[in-house]
Design a protein around this ligand. Structure first.
Ligand SMILES: [Zn+2]
Ligand SMILES: [Zn+2]
Length: 101
């Protein structure tokens, strides 16, 4: 199986909040509402068939970095995603957080 990260640059309209998101090739979630879509099996490969909306349910802080946990509303899979510097920080903090030093 090819686990190499594949970079896709794509702009998209968030189907959750309608924000126009400028793709940077790494972000797979909306910086405004943090919702994502279940499109990857391995990061960036866009090969999942599910296409379900992924709800941000929690964040973890590890070594000073914020990691989001998304859960797919269609199939229930949970995935961890790094936040990007464009993400709405207040929206992150509204999630259930866990801080691991
Ligand atoms: Zn959004
Ligand atoms: Zn799914």
């Amino acid at each position: 199986m090819n686990k190499k990260f594949q970079r896709h640059i794509e702009d998209f309209i968030c189907s959750q909040c309608g924000a126009a998101v400028k793709g940077d090739g790494y972000t797979n979630h909306c910086p405004e509402c943090l919702w994502s879509r279940h499109v990857d099996v391995n990061p960036g490969d866009r090969s999942a068939f599910c296409q379900g909306m992924m709800e941000p349910i929690a964040f973890t802080v590890k070594h000073g970095k914020y990691i989001l946990t998304h859960r797919c509303t269609a199939c229930g899979i949970e995935k961890k995603n790094k936040t990007s510097k464009n993400d709405n920080f207040e929206a992150i903090l509204r999630l259930q957080g866990e801080i691991n030093a």
